[in-house]
Write a protein that binds this ligand. Structure first.
Ligand SMILES: [Zn+2]
Length: 189
């Protein structure tokens, strides 16, 4: 069976022939630019392209819509905890949440499509209704709030919110970096 990745293995050979992979951070969870980017899985919204990210400059998480899911919270909590325990002197990172215009998650706003998907998969229909990015400035604000209000997230990091316009190619900041409130107990309330 032919594989879609086969042609790209040529590019892997070219990569392996360079020394790019040697330019690693002091610890792998301390990316060079101190950034943890969360954006959509849409192939047009690759932050390596629109932010010009190079090797090991950022941790990148991609979800449908760039939405902050429980898995995103868990990963952010884990990386924050790693920095707190393995490199308490930092540097700490900024979680930059980026939603975008013309997002395919918006299709889930269609009741019939959402219902069909829920029927097909068993996912909760009401939870799916919260997912669509129709107004990226509004959803990114909500997701920044979701992270900063979660006591599992290290209060040493910062969180910011942005919108990427797929037509102009420009990123607009909606929420300047804020620190999570944190919790001494480190447990959800
Ligand atoms: Zn999208």
């Amino acid at each position: 069976m032919s594989s879609h990745i086969t042609p790209l293995l040529e590019r892997n050979l070219a990569f392996a022939a360079t020394d790019i992979r040697m330019h690693t951070p002091r610890l792998p969870f301390l990316p060079h630019e101190g950034l943890y980017v969360i954006t959509c899985i849409d192939p047009r919204t690759d932050p390596a392209q629109f932010l010009g990210l190079r090797f090991a400059e950022a941790i990148v998480a991609r979800t449908v819509g760039g939405r902050v899911t429980p898995a995103v919270i868990q990963d952010l909590a884990y990386i924050g905890y790693l920095v707190e325990t393995k490199a308490p002197e930092g540097p700490y990172f900024e979680a930059a949440i980026i939603h975008h215009t013309d997002c395919g998650s918006g299709l889930l706003a269609d009741e019939q499509l959402r219902h069909g998907f829920a029927q097909r998969t068993g996912y909760d229909e009401d939870a799916l209704a919260d997912l669509p990015v129709l107004d990226p400035a509004a959803t990114v604000r909500a997701d920044v709030e979701r992270v900063v209000s979660d006591p599992r997230i290290s209060p040493r990091i910062t969180v910011s919110g942005h919108v990427y316009d797929v037509h102009t190619g420009l990123v607009t900041t909606i929420v300047e970096p804020v620190a999570p409130a944190g919790s001494a107990a480190g447990l959800p309330v």
